[in-house]
Design a protein around this ligand. Structure first.
Ligand code: 5AD
Ligand code: SF4
Length: 449
């Protein structure tokens, strides 16, 4: 590695996170830790002495993006920042990254980023700085506490990893086994976030509803117990969670949706396919029927709940008829939102070695049909909001002067022109129009129902 043109002791940093919300959370914790060490946050990579690419390994495209981003960090005068690759690509590829991209100074996995300050020191001395350990002691204990937050909403990782081993997925390999953070650590972090100005918390985990632990009195409890405890924190108005697995939708969690007002009426419950043979080949361990029953039960206690999902098209061996079943489940569930992906073979996963990989053109065509169906339901869901008054938490500035963008309880984005209001305000909004991806509204004189 050539360090002559890179800063040896970086004073400023920039974290660029890709992929899921867990990476966003990790990126924020890294930034807070480096800030606590006296480094300053640069507005973008071009001005930073250290750039951390916090990467995603879930699909091939995400990985390609990392390498093109690394190439782009060289500056016009030939210099470059110190470069760290963090996240799941770091975990999966380890030292191989600096062989393929020699300008990378640091490689650090998602369970080891609390060691970044040491790794920065090593890189400054020209030493190879690679850490992809999954240490038994959690990184969380080594990170500084949460302080003042820039936004009214925050993520809070409560469990990590996955034991489900869906045959297409790298997560069990990159993030390791399911591990729940202890009750007290989570409750303390939530209180610190609220003290720092946050009024909405999204609990995160690859299988967030698999969270389990002992409550304050030593009784074993699931995520619903945790939600009840967090709902008692004054100043915390909204609780969300993502991503959940159908097999971990416990009776207690379903009941919580009908009982806890602060638990928002939104459920992200990926199904991946609407066909039982494909679900079995994916090792999903639920069927179409058991999935639909869960949705029915949640709707029975919370009829207005917005359901969202993830889909993969073109899993190896997927026939046209099997794909049609996926279109069918989209119509049955009437999703409020969905993410849909073309299957991407990931090295080391069982599905990558399966016969009958589906040709790219077939996947393109299926994805387009699926997305058209999803968009139709998304628009229907949003259109049904027009004429209603909704509680909106203002989260960021809009593109136009005086415009703010917030979220409804159902996670719809709403644009409001309200020059006298501020980010963090919770307001009542009359919804006046709807598109497939957002709503427009105006400040209401009525109270949201
Ligand atoms: N190819 C395509 N999509 C994938 N996902 C996970 N692994 C793959 C893969 N190999 C999707 C799933 C999951 C979401 C986070 O990413 O739909 O729910
Ligand atoms: Fe991947 Fe399946 Fe685990 Fe989700 S449940 S992270 S899709 S292996």
């Amino acid at each position: 590695m050539n360090h002559t043109d890179t800063p040896k002791t970086p004073a400023s940093f920039h974290v660029k996170s890709f992929g899921c919300q867990m990476n966003v959370y990790d990126g924020e914790r890294m930034a807070e830790m480096l800030g606590a060490q006296g480094m300053s946050a640069a507005a973008d990579g071009a001005q930073a002495d250290l750039v951390i690419l916090n990467t995603c390994h879930i699909r091939e495209k995400a990985v390609d993006k990392v390498y093109s981003d690394i190439g782009r960090l060289r500056r016009e005068d030939g210099s470059r920042p110190m470069i760290a690759v963090a996240g799941c690509v770091a975990q999966a590829e380890g030292a191989e990254i600096s062989r393929r991209a020699p300008t990378v100074d640091i490689v650090v996995g998602p369970q080891a980023y609390h060691r970044l300050p040491d790794l920065i020191g090593m890189a400054g001395r020209g030493e190879a700085a690679v850490d992809t350990d999954m240490p038994a002691a959690s990184k969380f204990g080594a990170l500084p506490g949460r302080t003042k937050q820039a936004r009214p909403t925050a993520f809070l990782t409560i469990m990590e990893g996955c034991d489900k081993f869906c045959t297409y997925c790298v997560v069990p390999y990159t993030r390791g086994a399911e591990i729940s953070r202890p009750w007290a650590a989570i409750v303390d972090e939530a209180k610190a976030l609220v003290d720092g100005g946050v009024c909405e918390i999204t609990l995160l985990g690859q299988n967030v509803n698999a969270w389990t632990g002992e409550d304050g009195r030593g009784r074993l409890t699931g995520m619903d117990g945790l939600v009840r405890e967090l709902a008692a924190i004054p100043g915390l108005h909204r609780i969300r969670y993502t991503t959940s697995h159908p097999n971990d939708m416990s009776d207690g969690l379903i009941a919580a949706h009908g009982e806890i007002d602060k638990l928002m009426p939104f459920l992200h419950l990926p199904v991946q396919s609407g066909n039982d043979r494909i679900l079995k080949a994916m090792n999903r361990s639920h069927t179409v029927e058991t999935y639909l029953r869960i949705i029915d039960r949640v709707r029975a206690v919370r009829p207005d709940i917005a359901v969202s999902g993830d889909f993969i098209v073109g899993f190896p061996g997927e026939s046209d008829a099997e794909f049609s079943d996926t279109l069918k489940i989209v119509d049955q569930v009437r999703y409020a939102q969905c993410y849909s992906f073309k299957y991407s073979p990931r090295p080391g996963t069982p599905a990558a070695d399966m016969d009958d990989q589906v040709p790219a053109e077939v996947m393109d065509e299926r994805l387009a049909r699926l997305q058209a169906a999803i968009n139709r339901h998304q628009l229907d869901f949003n259109t049904a909001s027009v004429g209603r008054t909704m509680a909106v938490l203002l989260e960021r500035k809009g593109r136009h002067p005086g415009q703010l963008v917030g979220k409804t309880p159902w996670l719809q984005s709403v644009h409001v022109t309200a020059p006298d209001l501020a980010i963090g305000d919770m307001i009542d909004v009359d919804i006046i129009s709807a598109g497939p991806n957002s709503l427009a509204g105006q400040l209401s004189r009525r109270k949201a129902a």
